[in-house]
Design a protein around this ligand. Structure first.
Ligand code: FSX
Length: 353
């Protein structure tokens, strides 16, 4: 794609039909969690959108965020998105290395000053800036310079968004988040360790389409994806309501797929879209595979106590009150099941009469 081409022109030059383009727009709208009624608006915006430059920096992290991105489950859509943006620098994915790679980063920053999107994964050590360097430049200095010329910053992963695992007690490197350092620029936190790939691409799709950043929640995360907690959208929620809990990982409740709350699931205090978008082409997510949520998209998740202890009072109301509510829910559930059975019996009797 030439830099002066609009996305509409580019797709046309690649032989993408109008129907194919609308399909792409529909997938993009769904990536951004927009309703089907927004597809026409998305199509209009994308037809004239220009390919934005994206510079991606990786600091103190495990590369799980990039691994997650490369497992995006809609390759056709996402390859179009990645054809449609100019990924000018990415430590892991770029072919260039050494001086050539650094020259590409500097050139992209100069050519697109004030317009490029800076994506950052990993935390930044400030205990001693020399703890982590790239091409002889500390993470801190590289971030400050690249952020100063960016339009907006996407902090991908809990490390970049909140400090993450490197920030966990005793935080030997003095790791901090992007927003602890950068001020005066829009910062979008896409937390999760790692974050859901569709959420990363959804944020980029939003910028590509509208040239703006999406609506954010109180933690600076895209509200469309982080607006509800895992518990509220969990398919095991009916078991919680009925008071049916697994007590160990190999008991009858666990085998029957009952609620994992008593085994330490942090779903009620964790805001993310894992229960709906899931992972690996929508195949599964931790709770579906039998393990409770560890709350990896929340600040300080590593230091909040054992992953296997139930949420304590103060984190999500009183545990006893919760279990009391769950028991009441169970009673109500049983009551309504009895009433339903009675109604069915009555209807059968009426049919037979
Ligand atoms: Fe952190 Fe990402 Fe966890 Fe790993 O880049 S959010 S340790 S999945 O890799 O930063």
């Amino acid at each position: 794609m030439r830099k002066d081409q609009t996305l509409g022109e580019y797709l046309q030059s690649q032989g993408v039909s109008r129907r194919g383009f609308l399909k792409f727009c529909s997938a993009t709208a769904s990536l951004m969690a927009l309703p089907p009624s927004a597809v026409a608006q998305v199509a209009e915006a994308l037809a004239t959108a220009r390919r934005p430059s994206v510079i991606w920096l990786s600091f103190q992290e495990c590369t799980g965020c990039t691994e997650s991105l490369t497992r995006s489950h809609a390759p056709t859509v996402e390859s179009l998105i990645f054809d449609a943006i100019s990924l000018d620098y990415h430590h892991t994915l770029q072919a260039a290395s050494g001086h050539g790679a650094e020259a590409a980063r500097e050139a992209a920053m100069e050519e697109n000053e004030g317009e490029y999107i800076l994506v950052v994964d990993g935390s930044i050590p400030v205990g001693n800036k020399a703890y982590s360097t790239i091409a002889g430049i500390s993470n801190y200095d590289m971030l400050v310079e690249a952020a100063s010329k960016a339009f907006a910053i996407v902090a991908v992963g809990t490390c970049a968004a909140f400090g993450g695992i490197p920030h966990a007690n005793p935080n030997p490197t003095g790791a901090v988040s992007v927003s602890d350092i950068v001020t005066g620029k829009p910062i979008i936190n896409v937390s999760g360790c790692p974050p859901i790939p569709v959420v990363i691409t959804g944020v980029l799709a939003h910028f590509l389409t509208f040239g703006t950043i999406p609506e954010l929640d109180a933690q600076g995360r895209p509200a469309a994806f982080f607006g509800q907690n895992i518990h509220d959208r969990c398919y095991r929620r009916p078991f919680y309501e009925r008071g049916q809990f697994a007590e160990t990982f190999d008991d009858e409740g666990a085998r029957k797929g009952w609620c994992l709350y008593k085994l330490g699931c942090k779903g009620p205090t964790t805001y993310n879209a894992c229960a709906t978008l899931k992972w690996n082409a929508g195949t599964s997510f931790p709770i579906q595979s039998g393990h409770g949520c560890i709350g990896c998209s929340e600040p300080n998740f590593w230091d909040k106590g054992s992953f296997y202890n139930p949420i304590s009072a103060g984190m999500w109301g009183s545990r006893d009150a919760l279990l009391g509510a769950a028991a009441a829910g169970a009673a109500l559930g049983v009551g309504s099941a009895i009433a339903a059975r009675a109604r069915k019996k009555k209807a059968q009797a009426a049919e037979e009469a």
